[in-house]
Design a protein around this ligand. Structure first.
Ligand SMILES: Nc1ncnc2c1ncn2[C@@H]1O[C@H](COP(=O)(O)OP(=O)(O)OP(=O)(O)O)[C@@H](O)[C@H]1O
Ligand SMILES: [Mg+2]
Ligand SMILES: [Zn+2]
Length: 529
C-alpha cells in the first residue's frame, strides 16, 4: 500500500480521538445528543488545529446510519464513505479555488434537492474567507434559512475577512492553538504506535517548531523520521530544524548575568561555531528572558519538567526584574535592527555588549543592609559599644536614658539604609522611607513626616514598622510619627539620586554613536521616559 503521510493517517475519525479543543467538542456533543443543531457552523482557528477534521466528524455524526449521534459508529457505509472522502451528501468546497459568484450560484442551485443517500446534505466550505463579495451576497439568503435537510459548515483561518452578515448567521467556534505538552503527548503516542524509537527531547523540539499546529507537528515528524532513517534523536532533529543548542544560549545569559564580558565573547564564539542565524538566536534569548521574568514574579509558574527550568530559576535570582526588562528591550530592538548591521555576528555582539553596558547599577538602588552598630558614628564616644560585629541588635538604652538619635544614627541616610534592610511591604516601606528620624527617647523613637505624605500614615502601617524593628533590632518599643511640613526625607533623596542617574543615562544615550547615527541619517528621535 502506498505510504500515507502521518497527518492524514492520524486524522481523528471521531470526537474522542481529537486532541484538545474540548470546549468545541463539548458543545457539539451536547447539541447532537439533544438534537438541537444549528443550520450553519463556522470553525475558526490557525492552520492545522482541527477545523476540517471536526467538520468531517460532524458530517458523519449527522449521517451515520445508526442515527444522529455524537459517536458515529465508524462501520456503516455512510461513516466509511465520509472517512474515505466519497460520501455524496458531503459536499466539500475549497473556497480558495472557487471564489467567483458563478461557482457559489452553481453550488446553491443544488441546495434545494433532497440528499441522495444520507439524512442531511452537508456543505463544508473551507477557507471561506476567500470568497468574493458577490459570492458572500449570493450565499446570505440560503445561509439564513436553508432547507431543513441542509447544514452548512464553514471553516477559515481568517474570520476577520468575513462580512458581519455571514458571521451573524453562523454559530462560531474558535479552535485554539494546541499547547506544547498536548502536542508532545500526541507525538509520543504516534511514535509508539508506529514503532519508531525516539528521544523525548527530540519530540519536544518538533512540538516547539510546530508552534501550536498539530498538522505541522505531524509533517515535521514525517520529515524527521526520513532524516533520521527511522529513528529520532535530539541531535538529528536539532540539525534538521537548524535549531541551536539551547545550552549555549542559556550559558550566554548566565555569563551576562555574571557581568563577565570576556565570558560573553567566548560564548558568542562558541555559538558562531554552530553557524546560526543570529536573528533566531536573539529570538531564543528573548524567550528565555521572558521565562526568567515570569520566574521572578511567580517562581512556581516555571515548568520543572523543562530541561532549562533550573537555569531559569537560578538566573532569575541573579538578575533584578529591571535588568531582565532592559535586556529584553535591547534584545527586541537588536533583533529588529540586526539586518542593518554590516555582518550578523558583529551586530549580535554589539547587542550583547549593549546589554552589559546599559545594565543598571543595582547597588545604588539596594544598598547593602547595614546594622545600626556596624557604622558607629566616630564623634559620639558615648555610643554603647557593639556586642557582636554580626549581631543585628542594637543595645537598648534604659528607659530613663534619653539620647539624641544622632548617637545611634549619624544621619537620616542611615535610616534609609535600615529601612531597605527591613524588607517592609509596599506602602509600609514608603511610609518608613518618608519618615525622618528625629530623636530617640528611651524606647520611643520620634519621627517626622512631611504633610504632603500624610496619606501614607495609618495605624496599622506604623505598627508594622514597630513590629519589624522590634524583631530585627530589638528596639524601639514604639515609634511616634509626627506630621510636619517640609522634611527632607530619604525618599526625596532617593528621588534625587534617581534623577541624577536619569540625567546620566540621557547624556550617555545622546553621545551613543549608534543613536547619533540613527538621528542624523534616519531621522530618528529619542524619547527617554
Ligand atoms: N485537534 C486535533 N487533534 C488531532 N489531530 C489533529 C488536530 N488538529 C489537527 N490534527 C491533525 O492535523 C491534520 C490536519 O488537521 P485539519 O485538516 O483538521 O486542520 P485545519 O484546522 O483544517 O487546518 P487548515 O487551516 O490548514 O485547513 C489532521 O489530519 C490531524 O492529523
Ligand atoms: Mg482545513
Ligand atoms: Zn455509522
Amino acid at each position: 500500500m502506498a505510504y500515507q503521510v502521518l497527518a492524514r493517517k492520524w486524522r481523528p475519525r471521531n470526537f474522542p480521538e481529537m486532541v484538545g479543543q474540548a470546549h468545541v467538542l463539548r458543545a457539539l456533543t451536547n447539541a447532537l445528543a439533544n438534537n438541537r443543531l444549528h443550520h450553519a457552523y463556522l470553525f475558526t482557528g490557525t492552520r492545522g488545529v482541527g477545523k476540517t477534521t471536526i467538520a468531517r466528524i460532524l458530517a458523519k455524526s449527522l449521517n451515520c446510519e445508526k442515527g444522529v449521534t455524537a459517536y458515529p459508529c465508524g462501520e456503516c457505509t455512510a461513516c466509511h464513505e465520509v472517512d474515505e472522502g466519497r460520501f455524496v451528501d458531503l459536499i466539500e468546497v475549497d473556497a480558495a479555488s472557487r471564489t467567483k459568484v458563478e461557482d457559489t450560484r452553481d453550488l446553491l442551485d443544488n441546495v434545494q434537492y433532497a440528499p441522495t443517500r444520507g439524512r442531511y446534505k452537508v456543505y463544508l466550505i473551507d477557507e471561506v474567507h476567500m470568497l468574493s463579495a458577490h459570492s458572500f451576497n449570493a450565499l446570505l439568503k440560503t445561509l439564513e434559512e436553508p432547507p431543513p435537510h441542509v447544514k452548512f459548515l464553514l471553516a477559515t483561518t481568517d474570520p476577520q475577512k468575513l462580512p458581519p452578515t455571514i458571521l451573524s448567521r453562523c454559530l462560531q467556534f474558535n479552535l485554539k492553538r494546541l499547547p506544547l505538552e498536548q502536542i508532545i503527548q500526541h507525538l509520543t503516542k504516534i511514535v509508539e504506535e508506529e514503532g519508531i524509537s525516539s528521544e523525548l527531547p527530540a519530540l519536544r523540539l518538533l512540538a516547539q517548531a510546530a508552534d501550536g499546529s498539530l498538522r505541522d507537528a505531524l509533517s515535521l515528524l514525517d520529515q524527521a523520521i526520513a532524516y533520521g532513517a527511522g529513528s529520532l534523536s535530539e541531535d538529528d532533529v536539532g540539525s534538521m530544524l537548524g535549531s541551536l543548542d539551547q545550552k549555549t544560549v542559556r550559558e550566554l545569559i548566565q555569563v551576562l548575568a555574571a557581568k563577565d564580558a570576556s565570558g560573553v565573547l567566548q560564548q558568542i564564539a562558541l555559538l558562531s561555531a554552530q553557524n546560526p542565524d543570529f536573528v533566531t538566536v536573539l529570538g531564543d534569548i528573548l524567550s528565555l528572558l521572558q521565562k526568567i521574568a515570569i520566574a521572578q514574579v511567580v517562581p512556581t509558574a516555571v515548568d520543572t519538567n523543562q530541561p532549562d527550568s533550573e537555569a531559569i530559576l537560578q538566573i532569575a535570582q541573579q538578575l533584578s526584574p529591571e535588568e531582565v526588562q532592559l535586556f529584553y528591550q535591547i534584545g527586541l530592538l537588536g533583533r529588529r535592527d540586526l539586518p542593518l548591521a554590516p555582518e550578523q555576528r558583529g551586530g549580535f555582539e554589539m547587542v550583547m555588549l549593549r546589554m552589559l553596558a546599559f545594565r543598571p547599577d543595582t547597588t545604588l538602588e539596594q544598598p547593602p543592609p547595614q546594622t545600626i552598630q556596624q557604622q558607629p558614628p566616630q564623634n559620639r564616644p558615648q555610643t554603647p559599644p557593639s556586642t557582636s560585629a554580626h549581631s543585628p541588635t542594637v543595645t537598648t538604652p534604659t528607659n530613663s536614658q534619653t539620647a539624641p538619635l544622632a548617637q545611634v544614627l549619624s544621619n537620616n541616610d542611615e535610616w534609609g539604609n535600615i529601612v531597605h534592610s527591613l524588607g517592609l511591604p509596599g506602602f509600609v516601606k514608603q511610609l518608613a522611607l518618608n519618615c525622618k528620624l528625629k530623636e530617640r527617647e528611651g524606647d520611643i523613637w520620634h519621627f517626622t513626616l512631611s504633610s504632603d505624605k500624610k496619606f501614607l500614615l495609618t495605624e496599622s502601617r506604623k505598627r508594622k514598622i514597630e513590629e519589624v524593628l522590634q524583631k530585627q533590632y530589638n528596639s524601639p518599643k514604639s515609634i511616634h510619627i509626627c506630621v510636619e511640613r517640609e522634611t527632607e526625607t530619604s525618599a526625596v533623596q532617593q528621588q534625587d539620586v534617581q534623577e541624577s542617574r536619569q540625567q546620566y543615562v540621557v547624556k550617555a544615550a545622546e553621545n551613543d554613536p549608534f543613536i547619533i547615527y540613527m538621528k542624523e541619517n534616519c531621522g530618528a528621535r529619542m524619547t527617554i521616559k
